[in-house]
Design a protein around this ligand. Sequence first.
Ligand SMILES: Cc1cc2nc3c(=O)[nH]c(=O)nc-3n(C[C@H](O)[C@H](O)[C@H](O)COP(=O)(O)O)c2cc1C
Length: 393
Amino acid sequence: MSLRLPSTADDFQALARRRLPRFLFDYLDGGAGREHTLTANVSALSRVRLRQRVLVDVDGIESATTLAGESLAMPLALAPIGLAGMMARRGEVQAARVAEAAGVPFILSTVGICSLEEVQATRSVPFWFQLYMLRDRGVVQSLLDRAWAAGCRTLVFTVDLPAPGLRHRDVRNGMEASGLRAGLLRASQVLARPGWLWDVAVRGKPLNFGSLASQVPDAHDLNAFKRWVDAQFDASVTWRDIAWLRGRWQGRLVLKGIMEADDARRAVEHGADGLVVSNHGGRQLDGVRASIEALPAISQAVGMRAEVWMDGGIRSGIDVFRALALGARGVMIGRPWVWALAGAGPVGLAAYLSGLQRELRLAMMLTGCRSIAEIDLDRIDRTAHEHFLDTAR
Ligand SMILES: Cc1cc2nc3c(=O)[nH]c(=O)nc-3n(C[C@H](O)[C@H](O)[C@H](O)COP(=O)(O)O)c2cc1C
């Protein structure tokens, strides 16, 4: 037992590693292929250099902002994470509560363990819902209706997953397979984590895809759910389906998984209110560039016509600042919120979010920004980033 208190995303990651069975930790932590894009998301951000400015009156700076029509304590949201309720007991509910207290949006995944209704019951402000297009449009329509009834007014439609990426860690750990060998492998990893077994597997039941529970026929365990969902991912989705969705969703529509300026323009033309520059945290196309590298050109292509969000590799308040300087209106964090919750519970997640905000505010002070709106390209040292700023001039 370590006597040190966790402070950074890396600290929470280390705690999560100790608490979770290996197949779950690796499912959370890993990426597609050789994980080049996963690594690039973090390393490209770390290379963005800021310009320190002094003797600017930064007393009373403000990190609050308005995004998607909501007042936020800072321009950040908790990204949708499938199976979050496997990482911590009723994980989505716990995270949604912490996010509400911290003044940032929580986005519930289609494949969350907790259902739309369970999350709604614990909140007094709306949360956002993330949708995957399923082959059965009747199921999609019913999810839209339930999301609306649960008070969701922003729909995040994920467009970079015609099929799940090939994640080798999941193959090795038996996360993907359902046979006897894979089962034994997972069981041995679970037995090595008795704390998780009691807290999440026993006390955190039911462990299924909550929002889809009534849709999956004869599903008795998580594997059956997973098989059903994998078969339901619709690889035939095109821009025409965005028009279909736009016609059926009266709230805000945000397309998540855009990496090219052309696609960003089309998203706006198809009525998207926002988009997320994202490579799914390096879990889909290994070899695509880092999100932060794709951001400037996309932000310029879209201008003020839609809100541009970015995710992938954000680990600190400085990273949030970097993304805003390069054109994002807001950022999403994926793995870090789950590391914090799995490793140190709701108190840990609250501490992590407050640390992010504190660091963002410090970055604003030390670069001479009094408000979020003042964080722009002038705040970074452009000479160090010619390679991906060319397109943004
Ligand atoms: C374990 C895991 C599960 C995820 N599940 C979903 C999901 O259900 N829907 C979705 O749109 N994105 C999903 N994502 C992608 C995240 O929303 C987000 O784009 C990504 O994690 C951002 O990168 P970061 O983890 O470096 O912050 C998932 C990511 C992880 C790590």
